[in-house]
Design a protein around this ligand. Structure first.
Ligand code: FAD
Length: 324
């Protein structure tokens, strides 16, 4: 049996951030991920300045490709607005690998299946044992499933359905474009240029609303691909998009139980207006680590429900998540 002070399940931004801070505080940390890093993670890769600040990183410190946007191109029907706002894009395959290496903890490729309590400890698959257990395994996190699912169920009204593809493309337009509610999509579509000649295009919406409308995401995708072509942004004929689902922040706040904690998508923390999940994942990893190290309560109070602060954010949040 391999023993550590803390075991973190999942090496995305939530898990690597938590592991980093636990190791800095002197705990022996083992991180288990079912995938070998660098691994592909479906994600548009939009990162906010606040998330980099939480990671104690300056944009220039990042040894991974970064594109900086000083404004966003927001489209709704015939209208376009270009609010000034500094934001960044990264490729998750590089970003997550960098964060995990920076955490400087032992990482093992292992798909966690069963977890049980034993005395004051946790035993994973009869192979690993720890005092503190952190569930950072994303939407299907086994720690969430085992200890939190019943007491903190995620609400289906807050579930997103997304489709996207990232590929090498010699993009010409260096702006980040977002199209809201096109063709009745209960969400938005995006065009996000990445460094070193990559691009990420995709769309997402609220799964329940999509189902009610009877629209299939595949149909929205083909209209979106047409739009990209007609607008001259992307002329590409080999789309093979893939899908993933995650949850916006709900009202359940049971995120720790004895010495087990859940962070990031395993809780479901994405913002109600922009469905931003990376920043909340990082922040929750920091808060959980602080709770383990200092004994402070682990609470989600320091994690915002919105990416923006104005009326447009509230309006979008209401449209996506309803009055939650
Ligand atoms: C299409 C799409 C676009 C998005 N775009 C953005 C965006 O532009 N900006 C933004 O802020 N957010 C975006 N998000 C949301 C964001 O990707 C997530 O909120 C974020 O990755 C959550 O991080 P995490 O560390 O909680 O989980 P993840 O990044 O999902 O990491 C979970 C890790 O756990 C591992 N794992 C899972 N199960 C097990 C197991 N049983 N045993 C061991 N390991 C396991 C996985 O391999 C994975 O490495 C997007 C999401 C999608 C699907």
């Amino acid at each position: 049996m391999r023993v550590a002070d803390a075991i973190v399940v999942g090496g995305g931004p939530a898990g690597s951030t938590c592991a980093w801070k636990l190791r800095e505080a002197g705990l022996e940390v083992l991180l288990l991920d079912r995938e070998a890093f660098p691994r592909v993670k479906l994600c548009a890769g939009w990162v906010t300045p606040e998330a980099l600040t939480d990671l104690e990183l300056e944009p220039d410190d990042l040894p991974v490709g970064l594109v900086t946007f000083d404004e966003l191109e927001l489209h709704w029907k015939m209208f376009t607005s270009s609010p000034r706002s500094r934001q960044y894009s990264i490729r998750r395959v590089e970003f997550d690998d960098f964060l995990l290496r920076r955490a400087d903890v032992v990482v093992l490729q292992h798909r966690v299946q069963s977890i049980r309590r034993n005395g004051g400890d946790y035993v994973i698959d009869d192979k690993f044992r720890c005092r503190y257990l952190v569930g950072a395994g994303g939407t299907r996190c086994p720690v969430y499933r085992t200890f939190f699912h019943e007491r903190n169920p995620r609400r289906s009204a807050l579930q997103t359905a997304t489709w996207e593809q990232e590929f090498a493309y010699d993009w010409k337009d260096a702006s980040c474009h977002l199209w809201f509610f096109d063709d009745g999509l209960p969400g938005y579509a995006w065009y996000v240029p990445k460094d070193n000649g990559y691009i990420n295009v995709g769309l997402g919406g609220m799964a329940d609303q999509l189902k009610r409308k009877g629209g299939r995401i595949r149909e929205y995708w083909s209209k979106f691909a047409d739009k990209l072509k007609k607008s001259g942004l992307v002329d590409y004929n080999d789309y093979r998009p893939a899908g993933y689902s995650y949850f916006l922040r709900g009202s359940g706040d049971i995120v720790s139980d004895r010495n087990a904690y859940i962070v990031g998508d395993s809780v479901g923390l994405a913002t109600h207006d922009m469905c931003e999940g990376i920043g909340p994942a990082i922040r929750s990893g920091l808060l959980a680590a602080n709770s383990i190290v200092s004994g402070a309560e682990y609470s989600l109070d320091g994690i915002g429900r919105f990416s923006g602060s104005g009326w447009a954010s509230r309006l979008l949040g209401r449209r996506f998540a309803g009055a939650q």
